[in-house]
Design a protein around this ligand. Structure first.
Ligand SMILES: C[S@@+](CC[C@H](N)C(=O)[O-])C[C@H]1O[C@@H](n2cnc3c(N)ncnc32)[C@H](O)[C@@H]1O
Length: 264
């Protein structure tokens, strides 16, 4: 099927000039906004599932229809793969062949990350596939790395070696974010670096699409980008690992690296 989706168009040509300031502000002062009751209810569903059968977790945040959740669950049969999306409508269009080791929950991801952190629970892998790009410069704060919830994502990335309620408590957490907007992925990479978790930004070309948005963008001929990091070891921001220019750990665009294609 031929797709004709438009690429994100933005009045922002490079990394947002307020990116570093915004990220640092959120990392310093965590949001104390109360967690919404429906997100607590979704989290309790997860706890009940794990009480029945404890398994290490893979999180598929912003999962949309959950096609990626289903793919990941098939790929990792020993894990519980949890897809989170706020849209009941999107979740309602999930594939019918969901395997027993997947769970789709309607919740806001930011609250869900916070509940996981508060409960001392870690995840082994965290996927963030094609989040809404919010390409207008004035919408930086709506992007994952520009919002207050980023601090919870970072804490989840730090793992929870002490006191985790899960078996195989993660010594390291693999994070992957994909987008068809290169700037978004680079910004996320810089934000993760500022938080002490440098990774790699690379163009990817999956053979078979992991999610519906990936399929749509790929079939429209868009370039697809991924940030990946294994965040087991926290680097000290500002330490020796920070190269001059502040983008150490980021592979230049078009490096041809394609380490994520095997999942698609
Ligand atoms: C562009 S879609 C991508 C869906 C899916 N990952 C894919 O690749 O097909 C972005 C999704 O993020 C969800 N979303 C946006 N903000 C959210 C939030 N704060 N918490 C949970 N889901 C959210 C939307 O409902 C939507 O399904």
């Amino acid at each position: 099927m031929h797709s004709t989706s438009r690429e994100p168009s933005s009045n922002q040509r490079h990394l947002h000039p307020k990116l570093a300031r915004t990220v640092q502000r959120h990392l310093k002062a965590q949001s104390l906004k109360p967690v919404a009751p429906h997100n607590v209810a979704a989290f309790n569903t997860l706890l009940a599932e794990l009480a029945t059968r404890p398994r290490p977790l893979i999180l598929d945040s912003f999962c949309g229809t959950g096609h990626s959740t289903a793919t990941l669950a098939r790929h990792y049969p020993g894990h519980l793969v949890v897809g989170i999306d706020k849209s009941r409508h999107r979740l309602g269009r999930h594939p019918h062949n969901q395997s027993a080791n997947s769970l789709l929950l309607q919740a806001e991801c930011e609250d869900f990350w916070r509940l996981l952190v508060a409960a001392g629970m870690g995840v082994e892998q965290h996927y963030l596939l094609y989040p809404n790009p919010w390409p207008k410069a004035k919408h930086l704060q709506r992007r994952i790395h520009g919002g207050a919830g980023f601090a919870w994502l970072v804490q989840l990335a730090a793992g929870n070696p002490a006191g985790s309620k899960l078996p195989h408590s993660p010594g390291s957490v693999r994070i992957e974010l994909r987008s068809n907007w290169q700037t978004y992925v680079e910004e996320f990479g810089v934000a993760m670096h500022l938080a002490g978790f440098p990774g790699i930004v690379a163009r990817v070309s999956p053979q078979s699409a992991i999610s519906l948005f990936e399929r749509k963008y790929r079939d429209s001929g868009h370039a697809l980008w991924a940030f990946t990091a294994t965040a087991g070891r926290r680097f000290s921001p500002g330490g020796d690992d920070l190269a001059p220019g502040g983008t150490a750990g980021l592979t230049p665009a078009g490096s041809g690296r394609d380490e994520t294609a095997h999942l698609g």
